[in-house]
Design a protein around this ligand. Sequence first.
Ligand code: PEP
Ligand code: MN
Length: 309
Amino acid sequence: MKDVSQKDRELNLPLSTRAGEKPRLQIGNSTWEPGTVAMIGGPCTVESRAQVLEIASAVKDAGGFMLRGGIFKPLTFPYGDPLARPDRGESEEGYDRSKLLAKSDMLATAERRLGYLKEAGERTGLPVVSEILYADTVDLMSPYVDMFQVGYRHMFNMDMIEALARSGKPILLKRHYGESLRSLLGVVEHFFVRGKTNLAVCERGVATSHTHNTHSRAIFDIQVIPAIAEQAPTVPIFADPSHSTFTRSFVAPISLAAVAAGADGLLIDVHGDPETAWVDPLQALNYKAFAKLVRDAEKVAAVIGKRLA
Ligand code: PEP
Ligand code: MN
């Protein structure tokens, strides 16, 4: 790769670009092993206890490895924050999607829904991953999650890096759509130099001029997967075809391409009734589509000598 020179590696990226094998990642009671593909499914947003319990058992039955579920949503627009909305199935009388709540007013709802997520994980035996939005919620979230997701918007958030580096839990670090692999490895270096090595990075698409079209929010950067394998062989790379394609019919093909390219895991939005999902209804897979994706991913993984986690 042109943008990571040998000198750069020695000076700026000595830890993240070192030679070696990927580590095993302990995620709750489960272990991700190198050579396996972790199928992660779940709702973009936890909407109710019943919703996440149902999705978790569908993910488990399909052969999933881990449950994802968003609680804190980094919304592009301030309106309609799920944490201001009553749980799915409850009365929405009096709910005003344009009313902003302060973070402090959302924490009780967040903790209640984190409880749903944890219960869903415990009932199915799946570890859970959820995005952290505020660095000062590591302690609040820790009893409920097995892995912290860092969304693309927070890739360079130093408060977050410091706080998460002190946590024993593994991290799923997304690359911002406008950032190079070199910059992503710079953030990995920040974690490694702090002694935090139980992390995986996640590709969720890059913006190009073409992505101003309606067909795509970002272009999934397939070649970053072999690039990481060459430049940073000890860093597992997962793929998020849901948030990069933003388009339901693209999710399976891009997922399989990512597995073929060597991705170590897939993060997939799954919903019982995708069209009605509170957030990102255009991209979620229903249970049947997720189950098929798991079976197909297993076949593609086998072609390159890998198996499902
Ligand atoms: C998500 O995974 O729910 C999410 C919001 O991801 P991203 O940071 O990639 O937008
Ligand atoms: Mn989403």
